[in-house]
Write a protein that binds this ligand. Structure first.
Ligand code: FO1
Length: 310
């Protein structure tokens, strides 16, 4: 599965109910990663890890359930940055990862150590071990070209500002992470998660080699639409698509994904738009895609797996 954060994690949690977890591999976006308080933080890798471990905060989707915030209290005392909330247990992950990276370990190895620490049997692969930073240029700045890093846009500005462009700094020089191309080439089925097409799936496709690897598997790739009834369930996918000139509908998603997938799974509420999806040269499967419960996520995972060619 090509995975971003929360939506991908929920579908992965469904997949491991219908497949042996060891048969599931996630290639995860690292364009959201940031250095905060000198710590290397990888939100999408951590969201996928914590969710597969059943330890994620179900309300927010990110971070850990039952967190405490003592360290953030200290930052507050000193007037440090507190706009990016880091729970005390979550901080342990960032301390471990930062220390391991500083001692020369690669992000893939550290990701595997963190996953093992949570007892996961699925494989989590960062899309690259090189630094790729998603940068967002804000539109309403009088043309000053005000560019911010992803988390500044997503969290500090609550993605409540119009965007004129998005770029993935460092992508052109990046290499696919260890195991990524092999996982895509060897998979029975490649799944594009219901993640943000612009800032979660976009970075993955921007790493040279990954898009070609997926295109080579187009007939064995299925995508789940992140847009339902013209909107995103959570996050700025609909805003970003609109602001960057895409049609905010399942047809618009099909147009974005037409060269990487041969099947788009859409929600029942969009049944009347199935023709628009098929017009993009792909199959359209209709089911319930709002993963409001683990049961729905499991049913969706079953529907996804049914698209596997014999
Ligand atoms: N999202 C927020 O909206 N507010 C936060 O304070 C916040 C903190 C945070 C800390 C660790 C982490 O792994 C994720 C965190 N997120 C927060 C979510 C994160 O911004 C998004 O999950 C991804 O970057 C987008 O998928």
């Amino acid at each position: 599965m090509l995975a971003g954060g929360v939506g991908a994690a929920r579908l992965l949690a469904g997949l491991v109910q219908v497949l042996p977890p060891s048969e599931v591999t996630a290639v995860v976006n690292t364009g959201d990663d940031l250095i905060m308080h000198g710590l290397y933080i990888a939100p999408d890798l951590d969201t996928v890890t914590y969710t597969l471990a059943g330890a994620n905060n179900p309300e927010t989707g990110w971070g850990l359930v039952g967190e405490t915030w003592q360290a953030m209290g200290s930052l507050d005392r000193y007037g440090g940055d507190t706009w990016f909330n880091l729970g005390d247990v979550d901080l342990g992950t960032h301390l471990y990862r930062t220390g391991r990276l500083a001692s020369g370990a690669g992000l893939a190895a550290v990701t595997a150590e963190v996953a093992a620490g949570w007892g996961l049997e699925s494989t989590l692969l960062p899309m690259t071990e090189d630094r790729v930073v998603t940068k967002v240029t804000l539109a309403d700045d009088g043309g000053l070209g005000n560019e911010v890093d992803f988390q500044e846009y997503f969290v500090r500005l609550r993605h409540d500002v119009p965007v004129s462009s998005v770029r993935f700094d460092g992508a052109e020089a990046s290499l696919p992470g260890p195991g990524v191309l092999e996982a895509i080439a060897g998979a029975d089925l490649v799944v594009v998660a219901p993640s943000n097409p612009i800032v979660s799936i976009g970075p993955l496709l921007a790493v040279p080699g990954i898009a070609d690897a997926i295109r080579a598997r187009r007939d064995d790739t299925v995508a789940v639409s992140p847009i339902i009834a013209g909107a995103a369930l959570k996050g700025p996918a609909d805003r970003l698509m609109r602001e960057l000139g895409h049609e905010v509908s399942v047809g618009g998603v099909a147009r974005m994904y037409r060269d990487i997938t041969s099947c788009l799974i859409i929600d029942s509420v969009d049944t009347d738009l199935a023709g628009a999806v098929e017009a993009e040269g792909m199959a359209c499967v209709i089911t319930d895609t709002v993963m409001s419960s683990p049961e729905v996520a499991t049913d969706l995972a079953r529907t996804v797996l049914k698209q596997t060619r014999e």
